[in-house]
Design a protein around this ligand. Structure first.
Ligand code: BGC
Length: 426
């Protein structure tokens, strides 16, 4: 479903002032204009979700120049973005994650979105943990697309049924079910051996092993005692045990190819953020029937999250600015938040929307994210830029991937982790 500014006004979603301004932009300032949008949404499900934004912009008379940089979690995209800014050639807008948005705001590179946010009542409808990253010094500097969450397991229903596996509720049952699959000659865990994926799975294990308070101390507060603790050693032990159930071809594998293994019945589970669901949906599969989603056993008390933010670069060009505002207004609008998540696998970042148009996994995920925001257990994902700045995140990636690819003992890994984090944050 696409809407023009006048349709959004008709539904009471825009105050008159904004309606006049966006309508003017659409007819005058933006007509013939084009936005260039840097992003890493290149998989099937991701591209469909991005297409929803392109279509909405087209309805407002705004053209689209895609600037995709393949590579999960945006590591490659951020390198390209930095070089574009260094050569004084910023895109109109870019997809970024939490701490990176703050970093660009600190460098005074961004356009303020305060007027759009005020008109759309963003202070009321976006949860505080999102505002913490989408605002800087009290000003809105980014438009949140959604809430993604990383502590999910995606499961092949037919394989579970064939092997008599019930949905596991505890870590031990989870491992036991992987063993059952392996003994029956299947790959238990669909795994992509890339640093950001290693870290995504690892943060699940840390949460399952130590619980929400421990996750916060270690991953968000970066407390050296928690990082080099017995609980962290145990987390690495549990991680090592889990890694036995991946296949030998996992090194370098892209996340969506790992998802395809579960889709095609080549593996039982994947632990991955809910963008993986976008791939199942893109293959016309139905959650609860063709595949299952459940919180990683042992992590049910919390939601590890990230949120894609669209930042707009301040180029001083009026036409660009008006198109940026239109784009922000679309991203924050109720209809778009739902449509986008229906393709992307996420849940809306706004907390004021009906959930009946969301699928079964997203309905649960939406309620869980809202409850977690209220009970302070919506915890920033380390792997996806919401727990610590990029320097620390990359230091964690290095240690975790060395652990995955080598023979580092768990106590050495915990010690190295604490040292690397300290080095990167000092
Ligand atoms: C982003 C998602 C994306 C995923 C895989 C995450 O960091 O938030 O939007 O689908 O990476 O690239």
């Amino acid at each position: 479903m696409t809407t023009t500014p006048s349709q959004r006004l008709a539904r009471g979603l825009l105050p008159l002032t904004l309606m006049l301004s966006t309508a003017t932009f659409a007819q005058d300032a933006t007509s013939g204009g084009e936005v260039e949008v840097l992003n890493w949404w290149t998989s099937g499900g991701e591209a469909k979700a991005l297409g929803a934004l392109k279509d909405e912009l087209a309805d407002d008379g705004i053209g689209w120049q895609n600037m995709p940089v393949a590579g999960g979690a945006g590591t490659n995209a951020m390198a390209v973005l930095r070089s574009r800014i260094t050569s004084n050639n910023p895109p109109t807008a870019a997809q970024v994650l939490g701490y990176d948005a703050q970093d660009w705001a600190d460098r005074d590179a961004l356009s303020s979105l305060d007027d759009v946010a005020e008109a759309g009542n963003w202070d009321e409808v976006f949860p505080q943990p999102i505002q913490r990253f989408a605002k800087s010094d009290g000003h809105w500097i980014a438009a949140p697309f959604e809430i993604h969450s990383t502590n999910w397991v995606w499961a092949n229903t037919s394989m579970m049924e064939a092997l008599g596996i019930e949905q596991p509720e505890t870590w031990d049952d989870f491992i036991a079910s992987l063993k059952t699959a392996q003994e029956a000659g299947h790959t238990g865990l669909a795994y992509g051996g890339q640093p950001w994926q290693d870290a995504t799975v690892f943060e699940n294990v840390v949460l399952a092993t130590g619980g929400a308070d421990f996750y916060r101390q270690a991953m968000i507060d970066l407390d050296p005692e928690a990082l080099d603790s017995d609980t962290m050693v145990e987390s690495f032990e549990n991680f090592r045990e889990l890694l036995q159930y991946k296949d030998d071809n996992s090194p370098g594998r892209d996340w969506n190819l790992a998802t395809a293994m579960v889709i095609n019945g080549d593996a039982l589970y994947q632990i991955m953020g809910d963008w993986a669901k976008g791939e199942f949906l893109n293959a016309d599969l139905t959650p609860g029937e063709d595949f299952m989603c459940f919180r990683t056993p042992g992590t049910q008390e919390a939601v590890t999250f990230n949120s894609d933010l669209m930042i707009m670069f301040d180029t001083g060009d009026e036409q660009q600015q008006s198109m940026q505002r239109t784009m922000a207004e679309i991203i924050g609008s109720p209809e778009f938040q739902i449509t986008f998540s229906q393709f992307k696998g996420s849940v809306p970042a706004r907390n004021d929307l009906p959930s009946d148009e969301l699928d079964a996994c997203a309905q649960r995920g939406y309620e869980q994210a809202k409850a977690a925001a209220d009970s302070d257990t919506l915890l920033g994902s380390m792997a996806h830029g919401y727990a610590a700045p990029a320097s620390v995140k990359n230091a964690v990636f290095d240690i975790v991937s060395s652990f995955v690819n080598g023979n580092m003992p768990s106590d050495v890994a915990a010690e190295q982790l604490a040292m690397a984090v300290q080095g990167a944050s000092s």
